[in-house]
Write a protein that binds this ligand. Structure first.
Ligand code: ATP
Length: 351
């Protein structure tokens, strides 16, 4: 296997501390990876660093990304530039995670969030701009009143992107089934209310299900699904949903297993993938040395698997499991007293 190239974008505020911790573990694994490190978002030179990052991304195999509050601009390129349409967010409980649920053992499902469209295209503006369209409301049975002072936002669901992400979800369910999971895809959106947009999403996922007779299929309206995340998470395997619901519900899902510090993610396209935690930049704990790097470490382990370092990915995962099962070096958010550095040392010691 040729040397793999990984771009490291540490991100902003406290997020870089989690990326540096994950890097330490990967270095300890002594893999044939060249890490191309960029500065933290605060040190980016407007335009210049972004250009260099794009070029580095294009000649790399993957990117490990810390969260951004807007300073690390390359995120848009990773997403839309590289068309990473499937945001994979595993929700897996490990013994030792501080879950608020009475019986979290065995929770193991994956949210596949559509990553490129829905309400995330930045198409917003003043209501009056819609006047020439004479939009008619099916619900109000009247034209939209554009003389009110207010704003609009546009939600876009395309056939191509929905089919892409649906297929990805079913392929993932197949892979997981081969590893002993149930082999089921759940689709959720607000298809009873947003009949055209979310209705199309649901319809296309259902159509895709017909191509996968070996995979069970079910669908729930998103409010009902939100309850299921809390009440019956054990029944889930792979869940596919539009962008906004995926953003919100994956934070809720993280809450059920013990918090944002534990939730990893990977964003996959047809020829590129990048990896980042579900959580943001945690500005409220900036400089305290207590941020939990687990989410970024699990994201890095997903990246190692994507790059073909399966054995190293498994070792990384098992070291994390061991640290949590023992419980002596946990960070504050998990009820422990360790800082980020002590936690990282504990993981490396158990590789
Ligand atoms: P964004 O809008 O980018 O998601 P945010 O500030 O709204 O950013 P987060 O940065 O995810 O949200 O933080 C939400 C809360 O969770 C904060 O109190 C933060 O300190 C805490 N938090 C997030 N990630 C971690 C972590 N890895 N370890 C410990 N606490 C965390």
């Amino acid at each position: 296997m040729a040397t793999k190239k990984v771009v490291v974008l540490p991100g902003d505020d406290e997020a870089p501390q989690t990326v540096f911790a994950a890097l330490e573990v990967m270095r300890a694994l002594k893999l044939d990876i060249e890490f191309i490190e960029f500065p933290v978002g605060e040190k980016w030179v407007r335009g210049e660093t972004d250009k260099a990052a794009r070029a580095a991304i294009d000649s790399s195999d993957s990117t490990l990304f810390g969260s951004t509050s807007g300073k690390t601009t390359a995120i848009n390129y990773l997403r839309w530039g590289r068309q990473t349409y499937a945001n994979v967010r595993p929700c897996r409980y490990l013994k030792g995670f501080r879950s608020p649920l009475a019986h979290p053992d065995g929770i193991d499902y994956v949210i596949v969030r559509e990553n490129l469209e829905d309400l995330y295209l930045g198409l917003e503006g003043p209501l009056e701009a819609l006047a020439p369209l004479h939009l008619h409301s099916r619900i109000l049975r009247a034209d939209l009143n554009t003389s009110e002072r207010g704003k609009f936002a546009i939600k876009v669901i395309t056939e191509r992107k929905t089919r892409q992400v649906a297929r990805f979800a079913f392929e993932l369910a197949r892979k997981r089934k081969a590893q002993g999971r149930p082999g089921k895809v759940t689709c959720t959106s607000k298809y009873n209310m947003l009949r055209e947009s979310d209705g199309l999403f649901r319809q296309l996922v259902e159509e895709t299900a017909a191509d996968y007779p070996d995979i069970a299929y079910e669908q729930f309206i998103v409010d009902d699904f939100a309850r299921r995340v809390v009440q019956s998470p054990h029944a889930l395997d792979v869940v596919v949903m539009p962008n906004l619901y995926g953003d919100i519900l994956s934070d809720a899902a993280a809450g059920t297993i013990g918090g944002l510090g534990l939730a990893p993610s990977g964003c996959y396209g047809d020829d590129y993938a990048y990896f980042e935690s579900v959580h943001g930049t945690a500005p409220d704990i900036l400089g305290k040395g207590v941020i939990n790097p687990t989410a970024t470490m699990l994201s890095a382990a997903m990246m190692l698997e994507y790059l073909g370092f399966n054995e190293a990915s498994r070792r990384f995962d098992q070291a994390l499991r061991a640290v949590y099962a023992e419980g002596s070096a946990l960070t504050v958010d998990q009820g422990g007293r360790a800082g980020t550095a002590e936690f990282t040392r504990a993981v490396i010691a158990r590789l």
